[in-house]
Design a binder for this molecule. Structure first.
Ligand code: GLP
Length: 242
């Protein structure tokens, strides 16, 4: 695992954006996995400023709340459209977000088929949740899990309550790519910022590989680049190159 530590959130965005740009220059028809959350936003902002050609890129979101209409301000469909696809010039036809029905009966296999048909994900942008989740794979998710509907932990709902008018309005379920799905991406670009993530980052990088810490699975992927700000990296052991 390569670990890059940057001074600020803005420099984190610039460093991660450079890696995405290198990928898209090498392969204009890159299949890009995109994460929501606040840490990756500066990455998309830097990408938009770079003015590169994303017209042949296809993007797949990691996850989505269950029960929010796609037009809802906080739906990941809306965030991917407004913060990623439109600013970068990724076409609506090439922009995919998983969607579950209200009764949670969706077979995530349809979404996985779409990813497979596109040739698999070349570069997956990822964040890490405060409780160590990846996408919405909450602690205890199996390492071979696939795209499915999952109940959100109270901790994740509380962490995301800042985006809603109250905790009660935060959805209770999400549809998420599984850990097994994410591990099939050829390159994982993990971006994490802020002191609130320092414990989760330490567990993911230095702790045992256990399903109670979903992000610890990253240690077993052959091609991971982690871009952290100083605060998120602050509890890492000094053996990691900075
Ligand atoms: C949400 C998303 C995750 C993301 C996490 C961390 O829970 N489902 O995919 O990694 O937020 O986001 P942030 O970067 O805002 O802390």
């Amino acid at each position: 695992m390569e670990i890059i530590v940057t001074e600020t959130l803005d420099s984190l965005g610039a460093a991660a954006a450079d890696l995405v740009l290198a990928q898209v220059r090498t392969k204009p028809s890159t299949v890009l996995g995109v994460a929501t959350g606040s840490s990756p936003l500066p990455v998309y902002e830097h990408l938009a400023l770079a003015g590169a050609d994303f017209s042949a890129v296809t993007c797949f979101a990691l996850d989505e709340y269950v029960g929010l209409p796609a037009e809802h301000e906080q739906s990941y469909a809306n965030i991917v459209r407004h913060r990623v696809a439109e600013p970068l010039g990724i076409t609506p036809e090439n922009t995919h977000v998983p969607r579950a029905s209200e009764d949670n009966s969706l077979d995530g296999g349809d979404y996985e088929d779409l990813i497979r048909l596109a040739g698999g994900i070349d570069l997956q942008v990822l964040g890490i949740g405060r409780n160590g989740h990846l996408a919405f794979n909450e602690p205890g998710s199996t390492f071979d899990s696939r795209t499915r509907v999952i109940p959100l932990t109270l901790d994740s709902r509380k962490a995301n309550a800042r985006f809603f008018s109250s905790l009660d309005n935060v959805p209770t379920h999400a549809i998420t790519q599984g850990l097994g799905t994410i591990m099939e991406a050829r390159h994982l670009l993990v971006v994490v910022s802020g002191i609130a993530k320092a414990t989760a980052v330490r567990s993911a990088v230095d702790g045992p590989v256990i399903e109670e810490v979903p992000a610890s699975i990253l240690q077993t992927h052959p091609n991971v680049t982690m871009v952290l700000d100083e605060a998120a990296a602050s509890l890492l052991s000094s053996t990691h190159a900075r």
